[in-house]
Ligand binder design. Structure first.
Ligand SMILES: Cc1ncc(COP(=O)(O)O)c(C=O)c1O
Length: 416
């Protein structure tokens, strides 16, 4: 028997079959024979499902840019910057070509010189560290906190030397690093703070007095990425910087556009790093949905948390009391060396998962010259062996969630 639809909740067995390109999961109904139920293919991020929802608005935004032919620095770029400024509660948003450039531009305007030290986490996407290395600054890696995955405040304190000039906390997976403590350390040692908020567009940092600021607007400069899979993603590359400092903003704007103040007059040595007008127009549409989408991700995370509450082999993501969590990723820690086996099992059911991040940065070939060795970051290395990110996006359907969670629980029931 084949049943198409999501309108009942049978006892799912972790079995799937594909018919005419569709994923069918095998279920049992009490007192019944096997049946197969249609379920939309599970994706880590389902941009197609999102486009099905907001497509007409996106199409008309793109069409209006095509008709205007204002592809570079068109009106949508400025409008998007203003709308994002309002949303973020920050004085300046400077858009640029991608999140890596945003970090690069931030480091450029701080006036840090080659040889100066920049402290950041060893557990992040490569972009955070590569810009430091590219500018000839000395990269000082530290372990994250194993609970929140974010840079350890104690580790920062231990890494500070007279040459330290900046700290780069990354708000990993959608949750803020401990910014109040980090800003305190920075003030004590006269250091800059550049927040890498690429994975945390919309996260609130909650100060000890109860006040809130958006991730990326607390340090001297914040950066973000609009890579398509990000919580606020465009349909290509894009990025932005946040700052409350007028001088930094002026300089960032100039450097991102060839160092140009007025046409063909150059005050700074710059680069070409601009957000395309088409991407800005898309982002204007998607910004309107950001809060709704982030809330939908939180609902998915709550369901995962509840489903895995009794599963001793899994550690669900820790939620810090000083931050909201917008779940760019929902990342479990899998105990007893079972991570890879679980991943393979889920793959066999067409449930995608990802390992963010599979290898610590200090052991990457490109960073050997930093002089770190195998045993230097035991915490980071063990996280890299344990973490597993599950499908997470605002368009997830209940039958997909049931299938993912019941499959994971059955995996552990089977091996125990
Ligand atoms: C933490 C972090 N920093 C920086 C970046 C770089 O952003 P982009 O891919 O837009 O250059 C990313 C994105 O992928 C990221 O996750």
């Amino acid at each position: 028997m084949i049943y198409f639809g999501n309108s009942f909740t049978p006892d799912f067995l972790p079995t799937t079959r594909r018919i005419r390109g569709k994923s069918l999961k095998k279920c049992y109904l009490r007192n019944s024979s096997d049946i197969y139920v249609y379920m939309r293919d599970i994706q880590m991020v389902d941009l197609k499902a999102q486009y099905e929802k907001i497509g007409p608005e996106i199409d008309s935004a793109i069409k209006s840019v095509l008709e205007s032919t204002a592809f570079i620095k068109g009106p949508d770029v400025k409008l998007f910057e203003e709308e994002l400024q309002n949303y973020m509660g920050v004085r300046h948003v400077v858009s640029c070509a991608n999140g890596t450039d945003a970090l690069y531009l931030a480091m450029m305007v701080l006036g840090i010189k080659p040889g100066d030290e920049v402290i950041t986490t060893n557990f992040t996407f490569i972009a955070t560290v590569e810009v430091v290395a590219l500018l000839g600054l000395k990269l000082v890696l530290v372990d994250p906190d194993p609970g929140t995955f974010n840079i350890s405040v104690d580790a920062i304190r231990k890494a500070i030397t007279p040459k330290t000039k900046a700290i780069v906390p990354v708000h990993l997976f959608g949750q803020c690093a401990d910014m109040e403590s980090i800003m305190k350390i920075a003030a004590e040692h006269n250091l800059f703070v550049v927040e890498d908020a690429a994975q945390a567009t919309g996260t609130d940092y909650i100060f000890s007095d109860g006040s809130r600021k958006k991730a990326g607007t607390i340090g001297h400069i914040g950066t973000t990425s609009f890579f398509p899979s990000k919580n606020l993603g465009c349909y290509g590359d894009g990025g932005a910087l946040y700052t409350n400092d007028d001088n930094f903003a002026r300089k960032l704007r100039s450097i991102a556009n060839h160092g140009m103040k007025v046409r063909y007059h150059y005050d700074d040595i710059g680069v070409n790093s601009r957000l395309d007008t088409i991407q800005a127009a898309i982002l204007r549409v998607k910004l309107k949905y950001l809060s709704e989408f982030n809330t939908a991700r939180q609902t998915v995370a709550d369901f995962y948390d509840e489903s895995f509450a009794g599963c001793l082999a899994l550690i669900t993501p820790e939620r810090a009391d000083y931050s909201t969590h917008i779940f760019h990723q929902y990342t479990l820690k899998v105990k007893d060396g079972k991570r890879d086996e679980l991943k393979t099992f889920l793959e066999s059911l067409k449930i995608p998962t990802m390992v963010y991040y599979p290898g610590p940065l200090h052991l990457q070939e490109a960073y050997r010259n930093l002089g770190y060795n195998e045993n230097d970051f035991i915490l980071t290395s063990s996280l890299c062996r344990e973490v597993l990110s599950l499908p997470m996006h605002p368009e997830m359907e209940q039958d997909q969630l049931d299938f993912i969670t019941s499959s994971i629980i059955k995996f552990f029931d089977k091996i125990n």
